[in-house]
Design a protein around this ligand. Structure first.
Ligand SMILES: [Zn+2]
Ligand SMILES: [Zn+2]
Length: 777
């Protein structure tokens, strides 16, 4: 390495440093000179650097270290030296830094911001952690007992308590053990550890918490021949570089068992497995099962319900290489598993929309997981009963994924019988003129199921009480809209604390603004009425029909309004799982992944809530919702049934979901998308231009569309717009969109990078760039 003189300084190494709040220098950050004392600096380390004219000292991360003579275009004399290491957080593995650069590039987000979003703030702040001690009988404990000079009666009770404990209860929290052995203090346990009869290890409080879930699920079931084939096929690709697998299995087919076998193989080979689940909702059940199957492995669970201290601790455990199994929602894809250790990535329910982040960086967790597996050179398995058309296309048309299919439910389980009910017809059968959300067929089935002592799920994927607030006199035409958004207000009810009448208020679901429900029409003074659908209204109707559910507190509503945090959700599912709750009513939160054998009826109040939205994925989403929620029943001895109310019984998304025919739906939908040049045949990016001034938003969007169109050339890229977004204003900002469609991801990436380097595309407050968008409102 040659040394360059820079003024009176000597520069041997340069470092590119990403700083969170800096201009969008794609993709490498700012260049600094490395002081000779830091010659061992490497990518992924946290450093402090001087920034700006005032040289204020800021945190950054090293993206790349290179010899000064490799950077011929860098004006060495002007370079600043970086100040030094920052020890706030452990260094990031080099592969994650590389992943951040890819995300920064593909999803059009400054690299500093990307890197900053990958490390939880609790980790950067180093928030304190809590651990508990777990003990178990040591190998050869009997010999150690005989060799011990003296074993007290208390100590004997401890050993006996461990010896007679179920395998899934070991190792055991010292405090639980002390209680079980009827000890006043943990001293006898400590002495048993020091004499080698017991082993002890420290676990985080999080691990301890999830361990409680694992009881009874530890046995390894026999694989069906179909599961066996999948396991064998994927196993052949373990330890053999990158490969991509789509596991398409009907609901209840036992996909989790396939994952567990592959995880076991990965652990046996001494490597770490990373498991992604769509959201916190699924973490308790899946987490409990994983812990039960691998009671002796260190598991890290990363999700939004953790306290700052827990998050920091889990992160550090992963980073130090102690953890063999990492599970979590979207952001767990950034778990700092040391380079060279990752052996398998699993993405469960890969179709789920919650994998897409809706703020910068707007990445898709599944697609980032694929990239991560590529960097780690390991297989990735994506599973779903309703694969996204992107993944299905990759498996069946492009053949970049291997397709594995589980067509049958696990032995003893049958797919539910799904009845599609024409709600327009149903309504004619009501004897009165009241508005009912549950038709006679669904209401009758709920009654029968409850009478038989079984459990019921009722879904309406719309929050609040009613989504239409208007003047009772239709000639007046007044309708309540948000002052700050181009959207109607939604009526919500707050249950009264003293049993009196519920309070009503209205809320905007876009800016979250709230107001009181007006009594009189501001335009003509007549009464105001609320109509339309909302899950609270379904709850109200169920309460009226089944007063015993209310009296016995055996009905529970689950939606974003009733569940305040992960713990609420966890408790609610616990009560349902134990049979204390007979009927769950809720939004899509109840449609996902839950596996309760007592559910014998699923009711869908209105399957059309998403069907008519101006979004090309409307049909796909409807198909997924109806299939997934009906798949929640029939997980016990009975097949169960699902009743789907709809005004569009002939819509393919509904008809084919009822027939459990994903492949027919996918074929039909793919053909349609192909005809219109939509994803997955082409790739899309959407730029939303936002400004408080409507005219300004339009001008900026027009300029953007013009400049983007000018560089299209013969790339096959199509620029459409500008046009107003379907929701033209949110929180006082007008929204215009420009859509970019490209023949493939590589062309799109190259084009966006060029636009960014030319200063045409400046991601930030005004320009929201969304690559592979999943929501188009
Ligand atoms: Zn609003
Ligand atoms: Zn009016």
């Amino acid at each position: 390495m040659s040394l360059f003189a820079s003024g009176d300084r000597t520069v041997g190494l340069l470092a590119q440093v990403a700083v969170e709040r800096s201009v969008d220098r794609y993709p490498d950050g700012l260049t600094y000179a490395v002081p000779p004392a830091l010659a061992d600096l490497r990518a992924g380390e946290h450093v402090r650097v001087p920034l700006g004219r005032g040289d204020s000292s800021v945190e950054g991360m090293v993206v790349r270290v290179m010899p000064a003579d490799a950077a011929s275009n860098v004006p060495l004399a002007k370079l600043k030296f970086l100040e030094g290491r920052s020890t706030a957080a452990p260094p990031m593995p080099a592969q994650l830094v590389e992943l951040a650069q890819w995300i920064s590039s593909y999803y059009v987000c400054p690299v500093g911001m990307t890197l900053a979003s990958m490390t939880p703030s609790a980790v950067k702040r180093g928030v304190g952690t809590v651990t508990r001690t777990f003990v178990d009988l040591a190998a050869g404990w009997e010999d150690a007992m005989r060799a011990a000079k003296r074993v007290t009666p208390q100590q004997k009770r401890v050993v006996e308590a461990l010896r007679t404990a179920a395998p899934s209860e070991r190792p055991m929290d010292v405090r639980d053990l002390a209680e079980r052995a009827d000890l006043g203090t943990p001293e006898p346990v400590k002495r048993l550890v020091s004499s080698g009869i017991l082993t002890s290890e420290r676990r985080t409080s999080v691990e301890a918490e999830w361990r409680a879930e694992r009881a009874g699920a530890g046995a390894m079931p026999e694989l069906t021949p179909a599961q066996r084939t999948v396991v064998d096929d994927v196993r052949a690709t373990l330890n053999a570089g990158f490969s991509q697998h789509l596991l398409f299995g009907v609901t209840g087919a036992g996909k989790t068992e396939v994952y567990m076998r592959l995880i076991a193989e990965t652990l046996a080979a001494g490597r770490t497995a990373l498991v992604l689940v769509p959201e916190i909702a699924l973490t308790p059940q899946t987490g409990g099962r994983l812990l039960a199957r691998f009671p002796h492995e260190r598991v890290a669970i990363l999700h939004s319900g953790l306290t700052a201290a827990q998050r920091n601790q889990q992160w550090n455990m992963v980073s130090s290489g102690q953890v063999r199994l990492v599970m979590g929602a979207r952001s767990a894809v950034f778990a700092p598993i040391p380079d060279g250790q990752l052996g398998l990535v699993v993405v469960d329910e890969e179709h789920d929309g919650s994998y897409k982040q809706d703020q910068m960086p707007r990445y898709h967790g599944r697609d980032v997981a694929i990239r991560r597996a590529q960097l780690a050179q390991c297989p990735i398995v994506m599973g779903s009963a309703t694969p996204s058309l992107e993944s299905w296309f990759n498996a069946t048309e492009r053949r970049t994924s291997a397709l594995h299919v589980l067509r049958e439910r696990a032995p003893g389980l049958r797919l539910p019988h799904v009845e599609v009910v024409d709600f327009a017809e149903e309504r004619k059968r009501f004897p009165d003129n009241r508005v009912h959300l549950l038709g006679p067929r669904l209401a009758g089935a709920i009654q029968e199921t409850l009478d038989a002592g079984a459990q019921v799920l009722v879904l309406l994927n719309r929050r609040g009480y009613a989504n239409w607030i208007a003047c009772a006199d239709h000639r007046c035409g007044w309708m309540m809209r948000c002052d700050r958004c181009d959207a109607g207000m939604i009526c919500h009810k707050l249950p009264s604390s003293n049993g009196g009448a519920a309070t009503q208020y209205v809320r905007c679901h876009h800016c979250q603004g709230e107001q009181r429900l007006p009594r009189h029409c501001p335009s003509c003074g007549k009464q105001v009425s609320v109509f339309g659908l909302g899950v609270q209204r379904v709850e109200e109707e169920l309460s009226r029909l089944h007063p015993s559910l209310v009296a016995g507190q055996t009905m529970l509503r689950i939606d974003a309004d009733s569940m305040h945090d992960a713990a609420d959700f966890h408790d609610a599912l616990g009560r349902f799982g134990r049979g204390e709750v007979k009927l769950l009513v809720g939004t899509q939160m109840i449609a996902k992944g839950l596996d309760f054998p007592g559910v014998r009826l699923v009711g869908v109040v209105n399957a059309d809530t998403a069907l008519n939205l101006p979004d090309f994925r409307a049909a796909e989403r409807t198909f997924q919702l109806v299939s997934q929620v009906s798949g929640r029943c029939g997980r016990g001895a009975d097949a169960g049934r699902a009743i789907v109310q709809t005004f569009q019984p002939e819509a393919p998304a509904i008809r084919l979901a009822a027939a459990h025919d994903f492949e027919a739906f996918a074929a039909e939908e793919l053909a349609l998308r192909g005809k219109f040049g939509l994803p997955p045949w082409r790739r899309m990016a959407r730029v939303v231009v936002r400004d408080a001034d409507e005219e300004k938003a339009r001008e900026l969007a027009e300029a953007l569309a013009r400049e983007l169109s000018a560089t299209v050339g013969d790339t096959g890229i199509v620029v459409a717009g500008p046009m107003p977004c379907p929701i033209a204003r949110i929180a006082d900002r007008w929204r215009m969109q420009v859509e970019i469609s490209a023949p493939n991801a590589a062309v799109l990436g190259k084009y966006l990078t060029a636009a960014r380097n030319a200063g045409v595309l400046r991601p930030g407050e005004t320009y929201a760039v969304d690559v592979d968008p999943v929501a188009l409102m």
